[in-house]
Design a protein around this ligand. Structure first.
Ligand SMILES: C[S@@+](CC[C@H](N)C(=O)[O-])C[C@H]1O[C@@H](n2cnc3c(N)ncnc32)[C@H](O)[C@@H]1O
Length: 292
């Protein structure tokens, strides 16, 4: 992999600022250890999969899983071209993982949980998990204007759909509860926030993250024959708000949760064994000498 090699640049894509914001939050709390078998759930086109593999180094193995076939393919290409030998990528559903029990030391999911249709089934599959997700309050400024526009147009059915859409966002209580229900013991919780900034509503709607990540869901809130009217007014109102305050600034709350398999029912269970394994392996040297 060289900076001016066309193959390299073809896969040197950018991570969205939003995913990067959560990624920074994740890595600022994640304890790095050696000799781990790591799983990245919902790895998309390879973030944070490759970052995890590289910051942990060759003594760790990192497996990325995603249901998104078109995302998994470029991730595999990235792995082949970058010759990242400690990464493997599988197309699979996080709710039905093709792995034996207890083989992962650490499970990470960056912005995955809010996208899983059955998060409880996913949690039930996991032994030790670290995750960040979209939370209640996500882009609250945008949703307040969306709400106001639907009130202004007096379309109550869409208002109800908007409320249902917003109610899908997680809360720290709900997510912690889900982990605990699945048998995990919470070991670390950190909250944070950052802001996505756009010149105005038009820039926001033109941004590829909005188009790829959000727009389809928002379209479901509105009947097709009303789509143009609603979104044109929404864009105009966001532009007004941006003119008044100099920019469109959307708050993104973040939650970092870390949990371990509960030791309550079985004193000699995996959490203790994993702890021992970390300690034993910590001082081992990297098994492969560097090749320049
Ligand atoms: C918002 S993206 C996050 C991608 C990446 N981790 C990042 O931080 O940019 C959510 C990912 O979860 C994946 N996903 C959704 N449901 C899934 C499931 N049941 N099993 C595995 N992956 C799933 C999607 O295909 C998508 O790649």
């Amino acid at each position: 992999m060289r900076p001016n090699d066309p193959e390299t640049t073809s896969v040197f894509d950018e991570v969205s600022l939003c995913a990067a914001g959560f990624g920074l939050f994740l890595f600022s709390h994640l304890e790095l250890r050696s000799n781990l078998n790591i799983l990245d759930l919902g790895c998309g086109t390879g973030f944070p999969l490759f970052e995890l593999a590289q910051v942990h180094g060759a003594s760790c193995q990192v497996t990325g899983v995603d249901v998104w076939k078109q995302g998994v393919e470029p991730a595999r290409l990235k792995g082949a071209i970058s010759q990242c030998s400690n990464v493997r990528i599988l197309e699979a559903d996080a709710a039905q993982l093709p792995f034996e029990d207890t083989i992962f030391d650490l499970i990470v999911s960056n912005l995955g949980v809010n996208n899983f249709s059955d998060p409880d089934a996913v949690f039930a599959e996991c032994f030790r998990i670290v995750l960040t997700t979209n939370l209640m309050g996500h882009m609250s400024e945008f949703y307040a204007i969306f709400h106001q526009v639907l009130l202004e147009l007096q379309i109550s059915a869409f208002l109800e759909r908007l409320q249902v859409h917003e109610a899908r966002r997680g809360t720290k209580e709900a997510l912690s509860g889900r982990l605990q229900t699945a048998g995990f013991r919470l070991s670390k919780m950190r909250e944070g926030r950052f802001h996505l900034r756009y010149l105005d509503g038009s820039a926001f709607f033109d941004h590829w993250l909005t188009k790829v990540g959000f727009l389809d869901d928002w379209r479901q809130i509105v009947d097709p024959e009303e789509e143009v009217r609603v979104f044109a007014l929404l864009e105009a109102r966001l532009n007004q708000m941006a003119r008044a305050s100099g920019e469109l600034r959307l708050t993104v709350p973040m939650l970092y949760l870390e949990a371990e398999k509960s030791t309550v029912s079985s004193p000699n269970c995996v959490a203790d064994i994993v702890g021992g394994k970390f300690a034993d392996k910590k001082d081992q040297e990297c098994p492969q000498p560097r090749r320049w």
